[in-house]
Design a protein around this ligand. Structure first.
Ligand code: 5AD
Ligand code: SF4
Length: 467
């Protein structure tokens, strides 16, 4: 039994992470048993689930899409906002009843929620039917944990700063055309509202040689696109000795010749000129940047610990727009941070009106236990926050639509990655600027980058035809 510890999770020492190279061992211990996995949250979690699925397939498990058929149900959870909590326990509570028909059924909770002490306390007192809880630092131990399950509840959460596990190509990737590639783990920014530095450990980078090997291997397998993942990719390499900066890494990844390179997420602080130049220089680095604003008010930015002012953000934004031709920029915004005034909120709207983003994820602030902001008094009623969110969304959607209208009748390069949900005769894919397009074309084009004429532009997607 290992329980989460917020004090340990908060610690940052000078100790270097260990680099642990894992061999993948085949073991048919669970041959023919079925598993169902559901993933909440960010791309990092999606990619962690690809690792979990790879591990389970190697144990002989078969993945199913219907939880009622499963012998093992895993929820890979997100802790960023409170609303995921009810969904997760609602889902597991329903699955609990399946144990009557299938006494073999095991229920597992993993991911960021597992790293929260309050959640684990609740599981131990109220949700005894959950068989296994493991955290973000010990995914690779899952096979051992499964083999040790004995009917009792097992809690295996580590709150250390984290190491770097190299698992080679053992991921069961969701797509054959686009791949997630971790370049670093954790976060040391400690924005005052955010739980991530506690759930994912300290900022630690993979060695560039391991990243480049992974990208080359993906290219050889026919992948067209990689997305480099980190909570704040700008910080890549700062913890390594004699290795590359993020701009240099981007350049080396570009030189592998893979068709498309993306990266998420960039903190506006420390986004260097060299990074902008590199993005502009290489055709295979996509002109798309996700640049979280969070708030437009200097007072709130300071309380959030964001390390930039409104003007510094706008200066960076304008530089990107000027130097990277056709770049699309999206953002994240939080409304209703403790004691956000109408004037503070107007500052946020002002930035949105100046930047006219291609898109934005907008959130109502959600207090996360253990973070500094959760201890701040807050006098703003929820109705006011909801009203602000609605007003913000109206403005955000207006610009998203306006930006999309500019694509009408243009020809865009689209990487086709799947069958369109609404119309299976169409394929869908993304432009270089990350716009979703539903395309009328030969189905044989799946996995290719083709020229598409845009015939209709909506707020959140485009329609087009192959030319
Ligand atoms: N409340 C609301 N939104 C949050 N985010 C992170 N923490 C919180 C929180 N406590 C948002 C930020 C971040 C995105 C991934 O989630 O906007 O960029
Ligand atoms: Fe959270 Fe800030 Fe780190 Fe992003 S940069 S993960 S918002 S602490």
């Amino acid at each position: 039994m290992n329980l989460p510890d917020m004090n340990e999770a908060r610690k940052r020492t000078r100790t270097k992470p260990e680099f642990i190279y894992k061999d993948f061992v085949n073991n048919d211990k669970f041959l023919g048993q079925k598993y169902f996995i559901k993933t909440y949250g960010c791309q990092m979690n999606v990619h962690d689930s690809e690792e979990i699925c790879g591990l389970l397939d190697n144990l002989g498990y078969i993945q199913v899409e219907d939880e009622t058929q499963a012998d093992l149900i895993i929820l890979n959870t997100c802790a960023i906002r409170e609303n995921a909590h009810d969904k997760v326990f609602g889902f597991l509570g329903r699955c609990k009843h399946q144990k009557k028909d299938n006494p073999n059924l095991k229920l597992v909770l993993c991911g960021c929620m597992a790293q929260e002490k309050s959640v684990v306390d609740e599981i131990m007192s109220k949700h005894k039917y959950i068989d296994l809880v493991f955290g973000t630092h010990n995914i690779h131990e899952l096979p051992n944990y499964l083999m040790e399950l004995d009917g009792k509840q097992h809690i295996e959460v580590k709150s250390n700063e984290g190491n770097v596990f190299e698992v080679g190509e053992s991921y069961k990737r969701e797509s054959k055309y686009t791949a997630w590639v971790n370049i670093m783990y954790g976060c040391d920014k400690f924005c005052t509202y955010c739980i991530v530095p506690y759930t994912r450990g300290k900022e630690r980078s993979r060695k560039s040689k391991d990243i480049l090997k992974e990208v080359s291997c993906l290219k050889e397998k026919g992948y067209k696109e990689v997305t480099l993942l980190g909570q704040n990719v700008n910080a890549y390499g700062r913890d390594l000795e004699d290795d590359l900066t993020f701009a240099q890494l981007l350049e080396e990844v570009a030189k592998t010749g893979i068709d498309r390179i993306r990266f998420v997420t960039s903190h506006p602080w420390n986004f260097t000129d060299e990074m902008i130049k590199t993005i502009a220089k290489y055709d295979n680095i996509m002109p798309f940047i996700h640049l979280p604003l969070q708030s437009g008010s200097n007072r709130i930015l300071k309380l959030m610990g964001r390390r930039y002012t409104k003007d510094e953000y706008l200066e960076l934004y304008n530089k990107m727009k000027k130097e990277i031709p056709g770049v699309a920029i999206t953002t994240d915004i939080i409304v209703g941070f403790p004691n956000e005034t109408d004037e503070d909120f107007e500052e946020t709207l002002d930035v949105v009106n100046q930047c006219k983003y291609d898109g934005a994820f907008t959130f109502i602030y959600s207090p996360r236990e253990g973070t500094p902001a959760a201890r701040m008094e807050d006098s703003i009623p929820m109705e006011v926050k909801e009203d602000r969110l609605q007003r913000l969304n109206e403005v955000v959607n207006k610009y998203s639509n306006e930006n999309n209208q500019k694509y009408l009748n243009t020809v865009q390069k689209v990487l086709l990655i799947g069958y369109s949900e609404k119309d299976k005769n169409k394929l869908y894919g993304y432009t270089e600027t990350n716009k979703l397009v539903n395309v009328i074309c030969d189905q044989k084009e799946l996995g290719n980058i083709i020229d598409v004429k845009i015939t209709e532009a909506k707020s959140f997607s485009l329609d087009g035809e192959a030319i």
